[in-house]
Design a protein around this ligand. Structure first.
Ligand code: PEP
Ligand code: MN
Length: 367
């Protein structure tokens, strides 16, 4: 059974400036030096950022790479807080990290993608968070498993964490794609739909893996109405000790944010409301028609199943199906429907037909 989450709205966290849209978190992948941290933070502050991020413990794929400065980096983060008045946040992966963060006045933490995939660690962190008031953002697990993501939120919420939000950073994939991680937007949309009150950030940096894709991904996040962005920024990206390709200078960060078209979640415009209601009513009618048509199709499919059974014919006729799909794809293209969409829809229909025909066949197997 799905549990409701007991949440405190992000406006009550005392972290983000009032009315900021999108909510902004930015800073380097890793804390490297006092100079790098202060210069980056100053640039970001003047670009309108109030929440500064920096990785302190870095989960690197291979050993012997830079793995973060640990508590020495926390000291640098604290300096940003004390000298520039910014809120500071970092990634934690175990209770020891949390205790160190509390010692150094960290204002918000996030659980990284590799850690949120591990219920043991999430539970350990949740237990350690009892009786604290620190806001927690949970990145999606590296694998596209919505339940695992929700499970991590439930563990934290059950431990009393109400200042809770998520960061969508995409999923590992074996397929070759332009981005470092597969956005898998449908999973984000599903989570957003189930928990509309959960503060929702997008991390275009880890999704993209390359700064040239940051704009399109950030705009997509805005188009979906997500609440905020976490972006990696470094005063000198080419010298960064981790994720050098995806970081951008504070000046470029400023350009990125001002290029975004930010969508409103609601409007008072009566004209808009009337038009949208009309369009939604049309969609409802079309959706009902789709249901009737699917039902008629399934009835015919079952009849075919009976007929095949009578004549002892195998259910799966792959050549017929291949030609049907390619003809639908062609027709779809003419009306501007993508091959991916048509294939997905018709494969689902086909799967259900085969299932129904199998049921018929197994009810009374031929003598
Ligand atoms: C990070 O934010 O620096 C990081 C390591 O991200 P992720 O957990 O998304 O890989
Ligand atoms: Mn990084």
């Amino acid at each position: 059974m799905e549990r409701k989450l007991d949440l405190i709205p992000v406006s009550g966290w005392g972290i983000f400036p009032e009315g900021q849209k999108p909510l902004l978190i930015a800073g380097p992948c890793s804390a490297e030096s006092d100079m790098q941290m202060m210069e980056t933070a100053r640039g970001l502050k003047s670009a309108g950022v109030n929440v500064f991020r920096a990785g302190i413990w870095k989960p690197r794929t291979h050993p012997n790479n830079f793995e973060g400065l640990g508590p020495a980096g926390l000291k640098m983060l604290q300096k940003v807080k004390n000298e520039l008045g910014m809120k500071i946040c970092t990634e934690i992966a175990c209770e020891k990290h949390l205790f160190d963060c509390i010692k150094f006045g960290v204002d918000m933490i996030w659980i990284g993608a590799r850690t949120s995939a591990n219920p043991f660690l999430v539970q350990e962190i949740a237990n350690a968070l009892k009786d604290t008031d620190i806001p927690v953002l949970v990145k999606n697990p590296v694998n596209p498993d919505l339940d695992l993501w929700i499970g991590a939120l439930e563990r934290l919420n059950q431990a009393g964490v109400k200042k809770l939000g998520v960061i969508h950073r995409g999923f590992s994939t074996v397929e070759k794609i332009n981005y470092r991680n597969d956005p898998g937007w449908s999973i984000a949309i599903e989570l957003r739909t189930r928990y509309p009150d959960l503060p929702f950030f997008c991390d275009p940096s880890h999704m993209a893996g390359d700064r040239k894709y940051l704009q399109e991904i950030s705009q997509r996040a805005m188009d979906l109405g997500l609440d905020g962005l976490m972006v990696e920024s470094h005063c000198n990206p080419s010298l960064a000790l981790s994720d050098s390709k995806q970081q951008l200078t504070p000046e470029d960060f400023k350009k990125l944010i001002s290029s975004l078209v930010v969508r409103q979640n609601d409007t008072d415009s009566i004209e808009y409301k009337e038009n949208i209601d009309q369009l939604r009513a049309q969609i409802d009618i079309i959706d009902e028609n789709i249901l009737y048509i699917l039902n008629s199709r399934m009835n015919i499919s079952r009849k075919i199943g009976e007929y095949k059974k009578e004549h002892n014919i195998a259910i799966l006729q792959t050549s017929r199906w291949d030609s049907l799909i390619s003809s639908m794809v062609e027709k779809g293209k003419v009306c501007g429907l993508s091959e991916k969409f048509i294939t997905l829809v018709f494969n689902a229909i086909h799967e259900e037909s085969v299932r129904a025909q199998n049921e018929i066949l197994s009810k009374n197997p031929p003598e």
